[in-house]
Design a protein around this ligand. Structure first.
Ligand code: ADP
Ligand code: MG
Length: 241
């Protein structure tokens, strides 16, 4: 479903991804691992069409995602319905005046009927266990609550692929375990999960595969998650633990 072919990305003059070749199939659960600055966030932005490759290709379900395609609003609307992105910093994602409105925003943009919108919002409130805070202003919530609202607002679009940038950061242990169980359940229900993480303690059983980026912005390993996480020597050599 997702294919990157010799894809690179450069911010002005700063290389952030180099020669990325990858194939992701429907239903996978993938950890994106690597030291700070290795390109994990840039990789997720590329998958989400926030940026397009400076060189090489990104092919999503047979369609090449390039600068032109990302100007096509009709395409973008469909694309964003299929690929959801939970940002690392929830504050950049939350902008409505109540939690309910925040979660309803996507479905409203999609032009769904009011009863369908209400159903989706209520389902997501329940799924994330945030019914009690539905009338609160997102700005006043704790980091963990904000993260739940951000995830609910993405799930309200019912995307096939869910990408998350370090969702466990700044969340307490209970919140991390909740998130882990939720992501496992979503993957079991058929969603593809692609998640940048370095919180190895809390992600047991979440990932089948891991893609590892190195300090020079290349993929150095693409393997079963358990093989990588058990390979302490490798993780130390590449500055991951
Ligand atoms: N907006 C930006 N402008 C310039 N350079 C950036 C920008 N965002 C990231 N970079 C650089 O790109 C590289 C990869 O960054 P990033 O994808 O954020 O890595 P990670 O998420 O693995 O920490 C780093 O060297 C970083 O400094
Ligand atoms: Mg990052």
């Amino acid at each position: 479903m997702i294919k990157l072919e010799q894809a690179s990305f450069t911010y002005k003059s700063k290389q952030a991804l180099e020669d990325i070749n990858i194939h992701i199939k429907e239903g996978e659960s993938i950890a994106i691992i690597g030291p700070n600055g290795s390109g994990k966030s840039t990789f997720l932005k590329l998958l989400n069409g926030i940026i397009s490759p400076s060189e090489g290709k990104y092919i999503f379900d047979g369609t090449e995602i390039n600068e032109n395609k990302l100007k096509d609003n009709k395409f973008l609307k469909l694309f964003h319905k299929r690929v959801g992105f939970v940002f690392q910093n929830s504050d950049t994602q939350l902008f409505c005046s109540t939690v309910f409105e925040e979660i309803a925003f996507g479905p409203i943009q999609m032009g769904l009927r009011e009863d369908e919108i209400n159903k989706r919002v209520n389902d997501c409130l329940k799924m994330l266990n945030i019914e009690k805070i539905k009338d609160e202003h997102p700005y006043n919530l704790s980091g963990g609550e904000k993260k739940r609202v951000a995830i609910a607002s993405v799930l309200a679009l019912n995307p096939e692929i869910l990408t998350l940038d370090e969702p466990m950061s700044g969340i307490d242990p209970k919140g991390k375990r909740f998130l882990r169980d939720l992501l496992i359940a979503l993957n079991k229900s058929g969603k593809t999960i692609i998640c940048a993480t370095h919180d190895f303690q809390y992600v047991d059983g979440m990932f089948e595969r891991a893609i590892v980026f190195s300090e020079n912005h290349k993929i150095i390993r693409d393997d079963k998650y358990c093989n990588i996480i058990e390979d302490e020597e490798f993780l130390k050599e590449y500055n991951i633990i």
